[in-house]
Design a protein around this ligand. Structure first.
Ligand code: 5GP
Ligand code: ZN
Length: 133
């Protein structure tokens, strides 16, 4: 896609700190990292979101996510990392080119996720009924 910033990064038209790539997938440093070493892993072809990409291509992307998680631990000495994938603008997706965040984590890094809420059993059941049909 010609006006997509991540497609431009793939083509080298926009500079980035490339960490790993193969013929299908690229991993590079996020330019506004949430923690040092925050990486993005993308398919080299343009897919907007998880629904658009084929299972086979997605598997190739996730393989690189796994490699990057290992690298973050082994090379940057983090004990842990989050894998985050924002799917849709209401979920925080700003760049419309499918990407996985690999977010290095350590204790007391100050990063938090919204905490869960109490819910009634019947509400869980109602949602289960909707999702399994
Ligand atoms: P989203 O909110 O869409 O899941 O995340 C997009 C991510 O892409 C953000 O963390 C943002 O910092 C990163 N980003 C946006 N534009 C660029 C860019 O031009 N270069 C790099 N390296 N990262 C970018
Ligand atoms: Zn793109």
């Amino acid at each position: 896609m010609s006006d997509c910033i991540f497609c431009k990064i793939v083509k080298g038209e926009v500079s980035s700190y490339r960490i790993y790539e193969n013929d299908k997938v690229l991993a590079f440093l996020d330019k506004n990292p949430t923690s040092p070493g925050h990486l993005l892993v993308i398919p080299k072809d343009h897919y907007e979101n998880l629904e658009e990409i084929s299972e086979n291509f997605l598997a190739e992307v996730v393989k690189v996510v796994k490699i990057m998680g290992q690298k973050v631990k082994e090379k940057l000495n983090y004990p842990a990392y989050n894998v985050i994938q924002n799917n849709g603008k209401e979920a925080g997706q700003i760049i419309d080119h499918l990407h996985f965040h690999v977010l290095p984590r350590k204790s007391d890094d100050g990063l938090t996720f919204p905490s869960g809420q109490e819910v009634k059993e019947e509400d869980l059941q109602e949602i289960q009924n909707k999702l399994i049909r």
